[in-house]
Design a protein around this ligand. Structure first.
Ligand code: GRF
Length: 201
């Protein structure tokens, strides 16, 4: 069994999907803590509802990114965390953090990487006029939306989609795909060879 920490900045729908999956025994890991960098993040309310410890680490109270990351690491060590799941966490982790937890930090991105990196991916893809976009779950490295890809799933953009309906479709896929990635890791079926993630059958 792994201990998971979720890092979020906002809504927390992916966090909730993971918590519910753990509760329903769809994943074996224990969700130990939610760490947020925004005091008012709605994800915290979800954590409280499910009885999960949540902690706000204030970036404004840290002298630099390194100090902020060290505070997160302290919490992760306290909780014996094995896997860190970023779910709408709007910060780049420092290289010492990423190195310490190499291949143990996941991120989810609402587009098919390497297309539409950044924090407006759904809107950018919609406005670009793509017919197919999707969701990517990847390991985190020092760059934004750039680590080795674990899973991707396509989402079709139809003519009657607007941004809102596309967002809804993408979030639905996200909540399932994140669980699948966590399950694969729990089952020890994932290895990383350079940029390629190999999934054992
Ligand atoms: C998701 O679309 C995720 O792909 C992106 O941020 C959003 C977070 O949504 N990284 P939520 O907070 O989990 O609802």
């Amino acid at each position: 069994m792994m201990n998971i920490a979720v890092l979020a900045s906002g809504n927390g729908s992916n966090f909730q999907a993971i918590v519910e999956a753990a509760h329903d025994k769809k994943i074996k890991s224990k969700i130990k803590i939610l760490v947020v960098d925004v005091e008012t993040a709605f994800a915290r309310q979800r954590a409280r509802k499910y009885g999960i410890r949540d902690i706000f680490i204030n970036p404004a109270g840290c002298k630099d990114r390194e100090e902020f990351d060290k505070k997160i690491i302290e919490v992760l060590e306290e909780e014996n965390i094995d896997l860190i799941v970023l779910a709408g966490f709007m910060r780049i982790l420092c290289s010492f953090f990423v190195a310490k937890y190499k291949d143990r930090i996941l991120n989810i991105h609402p587009a098919l990487l390497p297309s539409f990196k950044g924090d407006a991916a759904i809107k950018d893809a919609y406005e670009y006029g793509v017919k197919v976009t999707g969701v990517t779950v990847h390991f985190v490295d020092e760059k934004v939306d750039s680590g080795p890809i674990i899973l991707q799933q396509a989402v079709t953009v139809s003519s009657d989609d607007d941004i809102k309906s596309l967002e809804e479709k993408i979030h639905k896929v996200e909540h399932k795909l994140y669980l699948k990635a966590i399950q694969l890791i729990e089952e020890g079926r994932i290895s990383v060879q350079a940029r390629r993630v190999i999934i054992k059958s």
